[in-house]
Design a binder for this molecule. Structure first.
Ligand code: GTP
Ligand code: MG
Length: 380
């Protein structure tokens, strides 16, 4: 009975890249030997310091629900190392080094785990494909831990918040590399992961966006966000597709990252309430850099830029002190001649790039430029 039901989990669990990459025989052997356990919210699978007797203990696969891996700090507060989601396998370290558990593993809600008993784990470790896979898992965990140590010692709270969000978007070391647009974690848990208060976290989240996207409806703002970040905004060929601001993280070279906010389009007269009005502009009040998107097929690029700046000024003249960058979007529609003409029209003091989210033209140059300007900003 039990054997049948655990084998039925094969397709679902194989969506996890670590488990999915194991040969089918190893996966089937794991499921056949494992036992399904149900846990109530708050129930612990193991505790920090639990000794794992020779021949005892298990390797766990999370089938349903989520788990926190945590420990108590000396001030009695809880420090969460990681939140594990369905699909992740964990608990191998004590089976390998025979030392006590390093953390508490607690179900965050109703959860189901597969427990692969020690004997079966040891048997599988004799197959080199399985032991190699365990090594890969440990290597991935080590890398992510190195990253956390580096964050804790070298980076500002703001950078740590941003990096933790990126990590969470991937769902721990053994989950998909493709980041998800929505991070399934509460602000409270996130604060515990970073060892900061809720208040500090909420302050950091507010100023997290570094770059604000400004443009007319249909300028290609959301499309740009969708190609340079993992966010999945709605994109369509009509005005006011985006109704609420969206955030995305740009993963930049060498593990650096910055955050971009996509805003609903603004039009001439927004300050007087035309279109969606200018109330969304409050979201970019703290962004040090504003990226103006002017589509290649605009009838008058310089005029479109002037209207946008004018609307910003009417909303809050302070916005004009920010750093401006112009990106001519949809540049796949341009030839060299048009490009030169547009360059001549635009105010020479403002850095500009020609980009296309369709062909990826200019996107690396744009990220370089944004990064440089952001860092000049931070130095001030
Ligand atoms: N040819 C071309 N078309 C593009 C490019 N980027 C966006 N588009 C098209 O332009 C249209 C508008 O794109 P969106 O990204 O929704 O524009 P937006 O600025 O977010 O628009 P609102 O949310 O309404 O303010 C869509 O049909 C896109 O497919 C590009 O680089 N090249
Ligand atoms: Mg949009």
């Amino acid at each position: 009975m039990a054997m049948k039901s655990t084998l039925e989990l094969l397709p679902r669990l194989s969506a996890n890249p670590w488990f999915g990459a194991l040969p089918l025989r190893a996966r089937r052997a794991m499921l056949a030997a494992a036992e399904l356990q149900r846990l109530r919210p708050g129930e612990m699978l193991f505790r920090q310091g639990d000794k794992v007797a020779p021949g005892a203990g298990a390797f766990y696969g999370l089938v349903q629900g989520s788990f926190k891996i945590s420990s108590l700090r000396e001030d009695g507060k809880e420090a969460i190392l990681v939140v594990l989601e369905a699909g992740n396998w964990f608990g191998e370290i004590s089976l390998i080094d025979q030392l006590p558990r390093t953390h508490d593993a607690t179900a965050l809600g109703p959860a189901q785990v597969l427990a692969l008993p020690r004997a079966a784990f040891d048997e599988l470790m004799k197959r080199h494909v399985f032991s190699q896979a365990i090594c890969r898992m440990l290597a991935a965990r080590t890398r992510s831990l190195y990253g956390m140590v580096e964050d804790a010692t070298l980076r500002s709270t703001r950078a740590r918040v941003a990096r933790r969000l990126l990590l969470l978007a991937r769902g721990d070391a053994t989950q998909a590399r493709d980041a998800r647009p929505v991070v399934p974690v509460s602000q409270e848990a996130l604060a515990m992961m970073l060892g900061i208060t809720r208040q500090t976290l909420s302050k950091e989240l507010k100023v997290l966006a570094d770059v604000g996207l400004v443009g007319f409806p249909n300028a290609g703002k959301s499309t740009l966000l969708s190609v340079i970040t993992a966010a999945k905004p709605r994109i369509a060929d009509y005005a006011f597709t985006t109704l609420t601001p969206q955030l995305g993280m740009v993963e930049y070279r060498e593990g650096r990252s910055f955050c971009i906010a996509d805003l609903p389009g603004i039009i001439e007269g927004a300050a007087e309430g035309k279109g969606l009005g200018h109330r969304f502009l409050r979201h970019i009040e703290r962004n040090p850099v504003l990226l103006f998107l002017i589509p290649a097929d605009s009838p008058n690029h310089a005029e479109e830029f002037r209207i946008l700046v004018n609307e910003l000024e009417k909303y809050n003249p302070e916005l004009l002190h920010k750093r401006f960058i112009i990106a001519i979007s949809k540049s796949d529609m341009l030839d060299d001649e048009l490009r030169t003409a547009i360059t001549r029209e635009l105010p020479p003091s403002i850095p500009r790039v020609f980009i296309s989210s369709l062909t990826n033209q200019g996107l690396t140059a744009l990220k370089d430029l944004l990064w440089d300007v952001l860092n000049e900003e931070n130095k001030l």
